[in-house]
Write a protein that binds this ligand. Structure first.
Ligand SMILES: *Cc1c(COP(=O)(O)O)cnc(C)c1O
Length: 370
């Protein structure tokens, strides 16, 4: 068997991409909100069923600029989750804000809304939850808490592209939702991201922030940075979007095959299935309970690696245990997240993964079962 990586980027037929970028050779307009940028923005607004959208160089800059656009008080506290990718926490810290870590729900891996209010102080200004593995946060409870305490809400929706919750596009929740179009995500623009929002005032700020805070030739109104999606990335997005429905269907077949093998095995916990969510099948996380299964996460990962199969400890370590924070945070404050981070392994999942390969991967895992 060839080496299997945990993910494999979707790309359109080469001819289709060449056709898409041909006009750039005529216009010589390569970035700064050109035709491709505008076209992708319009397409995504429709696809995500959101009122407004702003494109960025990547998901991380969307998050950073979403927080900056909200003009939160210097040193303000942002309640967030440690069970996420580095980007979420870094976006808070790089804005001069203070992350406060809330524990997660053991079934959906998303922020436990029952634990938010105990963390609110006079300095709390926002909540930054993550739709982990495409599971949607308890947006109703979080929205109610935010309203009660006058807090802003930014969702990290990097895992939830194109999903709906109770029939509503996930980009509609909170003040802003941020998506990632990184090469490894369900929908990619090579590198890219977006922020969706409702308030046009926020939109103006997001637009300016991604272009150095420039409003006009002689007017610079905020300390922005450079986070404009270029035309080649936007063109890639326009192509990939045409194939997305088929790609998601193929991913679904892979996920169903995994479930056939691994559902109901003692010591194995699979991702919850939320009835109200239309999934994008982005990830296949599996939790191994050593006592019941007979092998722990690290042993499973090692055995897969010996067979040329890549799996990923995603998310491990927790962001509140990162070396860069030098012990400032204590992961014993989020015990459920700490426990799950030790158990979780995400298995290979991409549209063209063969179902026979899924069978082999599951056979290798099951050999370790006591
Ligand atoms: C991928 C990802 C990001 C960052 O997106 P980039 O486009 O890589 O900058 C942020 N949060 C989560 C949860 C992610 O998975």
């Amino acid at each position: 068997m060839d080496k299997i990586l945990v993910t494999r980027s979707s790309i359109p037929p080469l001819e289709e991409y060449v056709e898409e970028i041909k006009p750039l050779w005529e216009s010589h307009w390569l970035t700064n909100m050109g035709e491709k940028h505008k076209a992708l923005q319009a397409e995504l607004k429709k696809y995500l069923e959101v009122p407004e959208i702003e494109l960025f160089t990547n998901g991380h800059m969307a998050l950073e600029m979403a927080l900056q656009a909200l003009e939160l008080p210097e040193g303000g506290e942002v309640i967030t989750t440690p069970f996420t990718f580095a980007s979420t926490t870094h976006a808070i810290v790089r804005n001069g804000l203070e992350p406060v870590f809330c524990d997660i729900d053991p079934e959906t891996f998303t922020m436990d809304p029952g634990k938010i209010e105990a963390l609110i102080t006079p300095k709390t200004c926002a909540i930054l939850p993550v739709h982990v593995y495409g599971n949607i946060c308890d947006v109703d409870a979080i929205g109610a808490i935010a309203k009660r305490h006058g807090l802003r809400v930014v969702y990290d929706a990097a895992h939830a592209f194109g999903e709906t919750y109770k029939g509503v596009g996930v980009g509609n929740f909170g003040d802003i939702s941020c998506f990632s179009f990184h090469a490894t995500k369900v929908f990619n623009t090579i590198e890219g991201g977006a922020a969706t929002y409702r308030d046009p005032e926020l939109g103006k700020r997001l637009y300016e922030l991604k272009n150095f805070g420039i409003r006009g030739p002689e007017s610079v109104v905020s300390v922005g940075a450079n986070a404009k999606m270029n035309e080649f990335c936007a063109a890639m997005g326009l192509c990939n979007l045409r194939h997305l429905e088929v790609e998601i269907k193929k991913r679904q077949a892979v996920v169903e095959r995994y479930r056939e093998h691994l559902e109901g095995i003692p010591g194995i916990q699979l991702n919850a299935v939320q009835a109200e969510v239309q999934y994008n099948y982005a990830y296949f996380p599996v939790l191994f309970d050593e006592r019941e299964f007979g092998a722990n996460r690290d042993q499973v990962m090692e055995r897969l690696a010996e067979n040329g199969i890549g799996a990923r400890k995603y998310f491990y370590p927790l962001t509140n245990a990162f070396g860069c924070f030098q012990g400032k945070y204590d992961m014993s404050d989020t015990p459920i997240a700490a426990e799950l981070a030790d158990k979780v392994l995400t298995l290979p999942l991409y549209a063209d993964l063969l179902l026979e390969t899924v069978d082999s991967i599951c056979d290798i895992i099951m050999e370790l079962k006591r």
